[in-house]
Design a protein around this ligand. Sequence first.
Ligand code: 5RP
Length: 221
Amino acid sequence: MNLKKDAGYKAAEYVKDGDILGLGTGSTTHYFIEAVGKRIEKEGINVMGIPTSFQSLLLAKQWNIPITSLEEHDIDLAVDGADEVDTNFNLIKGGGAAHTKEKIVDYAAENFYVIVDESKYVDEIGGFPVPVEVIPEASRTVIQTLEDMGANPIIRMAERKDGPVITDNGNFIIDAKFNKIESPEHLEIDLNSIPGVVENGIFSNMVDKVIIGTKDGIKEL
Ligand code: 5RP
């Protein structure tokens, strides 16, 4: 049973011939990109993808999905994973440090679908720390401000590389754990108003559909 795969493959059924797709990042979106690649192979559908990371760029190339950019096209459908989704469709994203480009692409899309396994669906977001991408020079002052806001902020350290994670945009990630997120909408705005913050991983009120892989089958909300 692979619930991420089930969700990714279900989302690919919504892709229409001629669509411009936003290609999210992560292990769930991996399956969406794979499924779109297989539809190109078998059905000959004509689509183009706008990647949200080097990961999704490389995967799209591997599956022969033609690449385009926001400079050239509007997006019909963006499909992306999430670290948490709540019952009001607020998200925490950025577990893969790609949330800045993901937010640019997902928010620009005509339709934005989120694909998750059932472990990600929660009553309220906030169990997962909020990833905050920062210009490296601002990390100390951003950490201080986050502490003043009541969070417990930690610079994300890399694995199999010494030192911090460096994003696709050359920045650091600070993971900020809040005790409770009262208003995702306000926190999303407040975090982005700290000098040196590039983007945070709260996505409030932007999702059109949530596709959840569960042990009892796919659920669509
Ligand atoms: C990357 C993301 C991912 O979409 C999120 O972390 C979910 O990843 P996965 O599908 O691997 O669980 O936001 O920055």
